[in-house]
Write a protein that binds this ligand. Sequence first.
Ligand code: PAF
Length: 189
Amino acid sequence: MHEPRLMQRRALAARRAGQRIVFVPTMGYLHEGHVSLLRRGRALGELLVLSIFVNPMQFGVNEDLSRYPRDLEGDLHKAATSGCDLAFVPEPVALYPAEFQTQVEFTQVAQGLCGAQRPGHFVGVATVVLKLCNLVQPDFMLLGEKDYQQLQMVRRMVRDLNLPIEVVGCPLVRDSNGVALSSRNAYLS
Ligand code: PAF
């Protein structure tokens, strides 16, 4: 599904029908870490939604937005075989139309660590996660502990903005050589 309004309509109908919505937000190029989130999520509710969106707002000017690894067909196959009911794949212009001008900022949790190295990154993450939650209307949202500061920031946002969502942090998954799985591992030799 590509259209944000249709996604929201589908989610609101599911909630009216008493279904619990479970949400796994991703930027795609799915690996076993994502699959573990989907498998865990499958048990938590009736409608399991995956989003695939390479969010331009969380990339700095000299970062890897244009070459970020993508494989939509492979992702949709992995999603289907992991029990996912619906993949939401919005276009950038649908989430960020020309007149877009709202963003989510933090006073503390997004400072330091990754936030210090990547100015604006967590503003972009928080803004898109909030937008996606408004469209997907989840009861549960699953995020990996690999991006630990991101997980804490999302938990903070959910508490601070009174979102009716339970955030479920899930353990990272490692490759046989001990490296944490990440879509950006595609860059490694
Ligand atoms: O962790 C990610 O893949 C992204 O930061 C997220 C949470 C999907 C927001 O774009």
